[in-house]
Design a protein around this ligand. Structure first.
Ligand code: ZN
Length: 453
């Protein structure tokens, strides 16, 4: 049994002092004792809080961050960004994906995320030629999670069509495309590759209503064992208009009406909902996966957070395209988007709590639900996924309790985090990943080679 001792820790019942946490061999919290005897104890951290789940990641896109910030002023949008992404993805090898994903997961750990939902859609070779092993690239994602220690919820993506109504896929989508049978083989391969990964979760991800026909959606949901179901939805106004043209319904309304959305679902973006959709989704128990930095970068629009919050809707954050990797920044970006549309302050805020605390609590519990993981609370039975905040950091010094969260989220960022444990194993020490040198050297080699191809 390993023991950690924290001067202060955020427990489910609130802030506590002199907290002793015992961790079992599987990395789960066995006991939590507050007000314990501090005499003679070496302190593992001054301030401990749960690690955040990152519910939406496309790992390879980390390598194209900063490569799509040019085009025709005012005419560039999500769809032209997607064309750039398709051109980029054509060049990637499985070893590139390993080097990029390891760098990404290391950066996530340094930035406050202790688990990730990998929405994995790059399955085949160029022009859709299959690898002998259908889980060839999925195995590189799993290897990257081993090399970095991040908790992995793998979400193999089912992608079949180029648009609503079962339209044929495009040439530049061939590396993503599967039949339902091919997807079943991919899931089987991923399941057996995950057997040696402690705490791994396997879910499914129908890509979007554009890419999956209703009959296929029903078939692949039947292939799910017990992990979550993630889907991109209502990210773009054109997508809403096309869905209306195809079905007469808006995307979120269609999904709620036809697919029995419940707490097993995570709807990524859900940016464009009317009031009725917002209320119905909040009542469904599903989680919305918000990706504020990516949604801003792509010009997607703004989620109706105030109404969703008032109706008790559950949500979490993801870094999606990885234009930035900083958990605090996603939380701040979400709240600021709401302030800008409401002309008000502290919009996503609970009664008698700070905004930082409200955002943090929602994102850790919604994130754990969305990733199907026992994480997000420092309490027995949950994974020992823990962040250590630096009490001497300039934005935290002299503060206490929820002020630490407000300082970290609104005024600081990832440099407030000095240590991180995942399932009780310390992976970030002195703000740096324990394998940073090797992982970053591989990434630098990969990028230099990739951008010269
Ligand atoms: Zn996405």
């Amino acid at each position: 049994m390993r023991k950690l001792f924290f001067k202060n820790a955020l427990l489910p019942g609130g802030w506590a002092r002199n907290v002793n946490i015992e961790i079992d061999a599987a990395g789960m919290i066995a006991s939590v004792t507050k007000d314990s005897d501090a005499k003679g104890r070496s302190v593992d951290a001054a301030i401990a809080v749960s690690g955040l789940p990152n519910v939406h990641s496309h790992a390879f896109q980390r390598a194209m961050a900063g490569l799509a910030e040019f085009d025709q002023p005012g005419k560039d949008d999500f769809w032209s960004w997607r064309t750039t992404m398709y051109q980029f993805v054509a060049h990637l090898t499985p070893d590139d994906v390993l080097a990029i994903a390891a760098q990404l997961y290391m950066e996530m750990l340094e930035a406050g995320y202790t688990s990730v939902g990998e929405f994995h859609y790059l399955h085949h070779q160029r022009h859709g030629v299959f690898y002998d092993n259908p889980a060839e690239i999925a195995e590189r994602i799993i290897e990257a999670s081993h090399n970095t220690g991040i908790g992995l919820t793998l979400l193999p993506v089912f992608y079949a069509h180029g648009d609503f109504g079962g339209a044929e896929s495009h040439e530049n989508q061939q590396r993503f495309i599967n039949t339902v049978d091919g997807f079943a083989r991919l899931l089987e391969g991923a399941r057996s590759a995950l057997k040696t990964t402690p705490g791994a979760v396997l879910g499914i991800a129908p890509h979007s209503l554009r890419a999956v026909a209703p009959s296929e959606l029903r078939s692949i949901i039947k292939l799910r064992v017990n992990g979550p179901i993630h889907i991109h939805i209502a990210e773009q106004i054109k997508e809403v208009d096309d869905c209306l043209g195809w079905s007469g319904e808006r995307p979120v309304a269609w999904l709620l009406d036809h697919m029995g959305v419940d707490e097993n679902w995570c709807l990524i973006h859900a940016t464009h909902m009317n009031g009725a959709e917002t209320d119905a989704l909040a009542k469904s128990g599903a989680v919305v996966g918000l990706c504020p930095s990516t949604e801003a970068n792509l010009g997607d629009g703004v989620f109706n957070g105030a109404r969703y919050h008032q109706t008790g809707g559950r949500w979490a954050v993801g870094s999606d395209s990885h234009i930035r990797i900083d958990a605090a920044e996603e939380l701040r970006g979400y709240e600021y988007s709401q302030r800008l549309i409401k002309h008000a302050r502290n919009v996503i805020c609970a009664e008698a709590a700070s905004t930082g605390r409200t955002l943090f609590d929602a994102a850790v519990s919604g994130g754990a639900q969305a990733l199907g993981r026992k994480t997000g609370a420092l309490t027995p039975g949950f994974a020992a996924d823990i962040l250590a905040l630096d009490e001497d950091h300039r934005v935290l010094v002299g503060k206490y309790g929820d002020q630490w969260l407000d300082g970290w989220i609104f005024s600081g960022g990832k440099d407030c985090i000095e240590g991180v444990w995942v399932r009780g194993r310390k992976v970030i020490e002195g703000r740096e990943h324990v394998s940073r040198q090797m992982i970053e050297a591989n990434f630098r080699r990969c990028m230099t080679d990739l951008l010269a191809r």
